[in-house]
Design a protein around this ligand. Structure first.
Ligand code: PLP
Length: 281
């Protein structure tokens, strides 16, 4: 069965879904996106993902003609047409097509894209695989709360990590730990879970939000505050979170082991509770 994608109100064969070369996503990365997990044919935390998409659109001053209900209906149709039980839904909205000009064009029609791919839920065994990282300065822009497709720093850093035989980069802004390339980051110290507060220096991860909710079921306090790199190196546990990686332990940073280098209890519990949350949706 040929893969079907959504483009500007139409469901078409993926290989035939084309966007114009003057689309502002090409010249200015003038577009935003969302990645949402699908399980049992349903969007996981769909409402929160749609709300974040609306927030990103508002911050970028992109106006769309669709309501959230319509976008959600399109997504449901795409899930059905591709017969996806467990997958990841990618939604991208660009400002639209216009001759190249730095000023924002008026009366422009946004390009709306949705694609869907099969996805395998992570299994607990991945918690036993050593995850190595390196640290790098966070040189991204100051609007990291917008889920922009301007992802080049994350991508270059991901490659830098791979070239150093590592899995990810931990980014530091003035020595404060912000995020990994494509995920939020948490540390555990003395039974407290600490993560960067929501502001313009991080993306408001939906998995981050769900994890904070899930900690209410276990005996651990969450503190949303800035923490420095030294604090991370001294932590009992470090993990990252995202829609596609769930809860992922971090064992090594710049060749230094976190605690004894093993995945800690809190990371395991949160991975399991997040997996249960997804499976029960
Ligand atoms: N931070 C960044 C920079 C990201 O790119 C992502 C996901 O793509 C996240 C955090 C995690 O967000 P979510 O949990 O909504 O997937």
């Amino acid at each position: 069965m040929a893969k079907i994608s959504f483009l500007n109100g139409e469901f078409i064969e993926h290989s035939k879904a084309m966007v114009h070369i003057d689309d502002r996503a090409m010249q200015f990365a003038d577009s935003i996106y969302e990645v949402t997990l699908v399980h049992n044919n349903k969007l996981i935390d769909g409402e929160l993902h749609w709300q974040r998409l609306i927030n990103s659109l508002e911050k970028m001053k992109i106006r769309i003609n669709y309501t959230v209900k319509q976008l959600d209906d399109f997504a449901q149709q795409l899930i059905r047409q591709n017969d996806i039980v467990t997958g990841s839904l990618y939604v991208q909205i660009t400002r639209g097509v216009a001759p190249r000009n730095q000023l924002l064009p008026e009366n422009i029609k946004p390009t709306v894209i949705m694609t869907i791919s099969e996805f395998k839920l992570p299994v607990a065994e991945i918690l036993d695989k050593a995850v190595k990282t390196i640290s790098q300065p966070d040189i991204r822009w100051q609007m990291c709360d917008v889920k922009s497709t301007g992802l080049l720093i994350g991508s270059l850093y991901k490659q830098k990590a791979a070239d150093a035989n590592c899995d990810d980069v931990i980014m530091l802004r003035d020595n404060v730990v912000t995020e990994c390339c494509f995920s939020n980051i948490f540390i555990v110290k003395n039974q407290q879970l600490i993560t960067h507060p929501l502001d313009n220096h991080i993306l408001a991860g939906i998995t981050r939000h769900r994890i904070i909710e899930l900690t209410k079921q276990i005996d651990i306090k969450v503190i949303e505050r800035k923490f420095k790199f030294d604090e991370l190196l001294e932590a009992d546990e470090v993990f990252s979170s995202s829609t596609t990686t769930f809860v992922r332990p971090i064992h090594i940073v710049d060749n230094q082991m976190i605690k004894d280098g093993a995945t800690g209890r809190v990371t395991r519990e949160l991975f399991n509770s997040y997996l249960k949350f997804v499976q029960s949706t």
